[in-house]
Design a binder for this molecule. Structure first.
Ligand SMILES: COCCCC[C@@](O)(c1ccccc1-c1ccccc1)[C@@H]1CCCN(C(=O)[C@H]2C[C@@H](N)[C@@H](O)C2)C1
Length: 338
C-alpha cells in the first residue's frame, strides 16, 4: 500500500527566498542533483561530466557521469536552451530519473556548457521543467507527463509551497498528486489556464493600495515557480517603483528600510479574486555590515509580442499563495499559504 495515498512529496531548500530547489537522482547507482522545479519550462537538464574545462559554472556543480550508470541509454542529439538570463548547451541522454522516490525512464539534457552568468550564482545544479509538453524543446516528454502515464497519482496535479522564512526547514515542498493541508488554509480559488499548454491565466488588473494602476484592460499572468521575483512590463514596473519610492541600481530595486512599514500593498486581480502582497511579501530585508538593505522583489521585463506583454508571478507570490497546478482540468488553484 502506498503510504502517501497516491501523493509524492519532495522537500525543497529555500536559499535566501530567491532560489528554491529539491533533490532528484539520475542513473543507477543514483547520482544526486538539486533542481529547480520550473513551471516556466518543460525540459530536464543537469551539468554533464563532459562539460568543457572552461565552464566554471559546470565545475562548481554536481555533474552527471553516464559512464557510471548501467541504466544509461545513449542519445547524443544536440540541445540548447536560451533563458532570459543565460544559455545552456549540451546533448540528450536517457536514464532512470527518480523524483520523490518515483522512478521514470527520462530523456534529459547533459549540459556541457553553462553561461557563467547567472549559473555561477546557482545553488542548484539543474532545472526540471514542470511545464506542458508543447513547450518542451525537441518534443521530449516532460517528467510529470511520464509520471502521469504510470497512473499512480491520486490526482493529475502538482502543488508548490515556498516558505518565506529562510530559517524554516524544509524551505518548501513540491507535492505530486495532490495538495498538502499542512501548508495552506481556507479554500482554493481556481482559474482556467488561458491558452492550452501554458501555466498562464488572464489577469484583470494590478492595483497599488486601493488604486488600479496597470492591466486594467486585462493582460496575461504567468505563474512561474522558476522565477524568483514578480516581473511586469518595464514601464509599468518603473511607475510602480516610483510610487513606492524605490531606486533602481545594478542589482535591482531597493527602498530605504525606514519606509518599508508604510509601503502600500500590491494587488493582483485574478479570476474574480484579489491577491494582495504586503511589504512583508515583496520586500527582502537583508542586514549587511554596512547597514540594512531592503530589496523590492519586482523586476521590469519586456517580453515581446505575441507572448508579451506579460506579468510573471514568481516565488514571492507563490510563497504567499499556495499553488496547485491541475493538468487534468487545465486550471491553477490558489489558497492562502500558512
Ligand atoms: C524559485 O527559484 C528560482 C530559481 C532561480 C531562478 C533565477 O533567479 C536564477 C538565479 C540564479 C542562478 C540561476 C537562475 C536560473 C537561471 C535560468 C534558469 C533557472 C534558474 C533566474 C535568474 C534570471 C531570470 N530567471 C529566469 O529567467 C527563470 C524563469 C524560469 N521560468 C526559468 O525558466 C528561468 C530567474
Amino acid at each position: 500500500a502506498d503510504p502517501n495515498n497516491g501523493t509524492v512529496p519532495t522537500p525543497l531548500t529555500n536559499y535566501l527566498d530567491t532560489q528554491y530547489f529539491g533533490e532528484i537522482s539520475i542513473g543507477s547507482p543514483a547520482q544526486m542533483f538539486n533542481v529547480v522545479f520550473d513551471t516556466g519550462s518543460a525540459n530536464l537538464w543537469v551539468p554533464s561530466q563532459r562539460c568543457s574545462p572552461f565552464s566554471t559554472a559546470c565545475f562548481t556543480h554536481n555533474r552527471y557521469d553516464s559512464s557510471q550508470s548501467h541504466t544509461h541509454v545513449e542519445n547524443g542529439t544536440g540541445f540548447s536552451i536560451n533563458y532570459a538570463s543565460g544559455t545552456i548547451r549540451g546533448f540528450l541522454s536517457e536514464d532512470v530519473v527518480v523524483v520523490g522516490g518515483l522512478p521514470v525512464v527520462q530523456v534529459f539534457a547533459e549540459a556541457t556548457s553553462l553561461s557563467a552568468m547567472p549559473f555561477i550564482f546557482a545553488k542548484f545544479d539543474g532545472v526540471l521543467g514542470m511545464g506542458y509538453p508543447n513547450v518542451a524543446i525537441d518534443g521530449i516528454t516532460p517528467v510529470f507527463d511520464q509520471i502521469m502515464s504510470q497512473h499512480i497519482l491520486k490526482e493529475e496535479v502538482f502543488s508548490i509551497y515556498y516558505s518565506r522564512d529562510p530559517k524554516q526547514s524544509p524551505g518548501g515542498e513540491l507535492l505530486l498528486g495532490g495538495t498538502d493541508p499542512n501548508y495552506y488554509t481556507g479554500n482554493f480559488n481556481y482559474l482556467e489556464t488561458r491558452e492550452m499548454g501554458k501555466w498562464e491565466v488572464t489577469m484583470k488588473g494590478v492595483a497599488v493600495g486601493a488604486e488600479m494602476m496597470f492591466c486594467a484592460e486585462g493582460c496575461t499572468a504567468v505563474i512561474d515557480t522558476g522565477s524568483s521575483y514578480i516581473t511586469g512590463p518595464a514601464s509599468s514596473v518603473s511607475m510602480l517603483m516610483k510610487t513606492i519610492g524605490a531606486q533602481l541600481d545594478e542589482t535591482g530595486y531597493k527602498v530605504n528600510c525606514d519606509t518599508v512599514k508604510m509601503l502600500p500593498s500590491v494587488t493582483f486581480h485574478l479570476g474574480g479574486q484579489d491577491y494582495s502582497l504586503t511589504h512583508e511579501d515583496y520586500i527582502i530585508w537583508q542586514s549587511q555590515f554596512e547597514g540594512d538593505v531592503c530589496i523590492v522583489t519586482f523586476r521590469g521585463l519586456d517580453v515581446p509580442p505575441p507572448t508579451g506583454p506579460i506579468w510573471i508571478l514568481g516565488a514571492n507570490f507563490i510563497a504567499r499563495y499556495y499553488t496547485e497546478f491541475d493538468r487534468r482540468n487545465n486550471r491553477i488553484g490558489f489558497a492562502a499559504a500558512v
